[in-house]
Ligand binder design. Structure first.
Ligand code: 5GP
Length: 191
């Protein structure tokens, strides 16, 4: 996606090691026009997948998630991140290790929002090791739903998440793929 690629090139800041900061259009300030295009692009790519809900994780997945859900005309659910939980009867819980924060969070989704048979499209802002996407997929499957696909705004292809998710049988669509952030320079992977 050319517009996104330009944004990453012009505004992305490489924070060592292997972390890209995009807080001018995705992670803090958000660009609604870009997010609208992101929503349309995911909708185009997953058009044949009979998606019934979009699932993401707070907070940076919500903007691309809601724009995709709007374009697909389905609801968006965002998983919450919580440190420790006591009451877990009405929720699905999965542990997810955060690559950027170096800590494990429990992510939760209320059981009532995913019905058996649901076709759920998972959306996230970044893909690194695949922890977040795998955690969300496990929740969908616990609920008796199926993963319609995984849509990623920025995949860091030098980390193993994309490969691991594909090996596990998921369809992964990334709008831009980064081959390297070495020496502070963003190099894109040519697909
Ligand atoms: P994973 O779970 O695939 O290891 O990492 C993806 C999650 O970590 C995303 O939800 C994203 O919030 C965060 N993340 C991973 N790498 C980066 C990065 O380079 N920049 C930013 N801003 N977030 C990242």
């Amino acid at each position: 996606m050319e517009l996104l690629r330009q944004k990453v090139m012009n505004e992305g800041i490489v924070l060592g090691p292997g972390v890209l900061k995009v807080d001018s259009f995705l992670n803090h300030q958000m660009d609604p026009f870009l997010m609208r295009e992101v929503g349309h692009e995911f909708t185009r790519r997953f058009a044949g997948e009979a998606v019934t809900k979009v699932l993401t994780i707070e907070s940076s997945g919500i903007a691309p998630g809601i724009m995709t859900a709007l374009a697909l005309e389905v609801p968006l659910i965002f998983a919450r991140k919580q440190k420790s939980l006591t009451l877990t009867e009405d929720i699905y819980v999965e542990k997810v290790y955060s690559f950027t924060k170096k800590e494990t969070n429990e992510i939760t989704v209320a059981r009532k929002f995913i019905a058996p048979g649901e076709r759920v499209l998972i959306i996230d802002d970044f893909l690194a090791n695949g922890e977040a996407a795998f955690g969300l997929a496990r929740i969908v499957e616990q609920a008796g739903g199926s993963v319609a696909g995984i849509g990623i705004v920025i995949e860091k292809a030098f980390q193993p998440g994309g490969r691991l998710l594909k090996e596990a049988g998921y369809r992964v669509e990334s709008l831009v793929r980064i081959a390297s952030l070495e020496n502070g320079i963003v190099t894109f992977a040519e697909d």
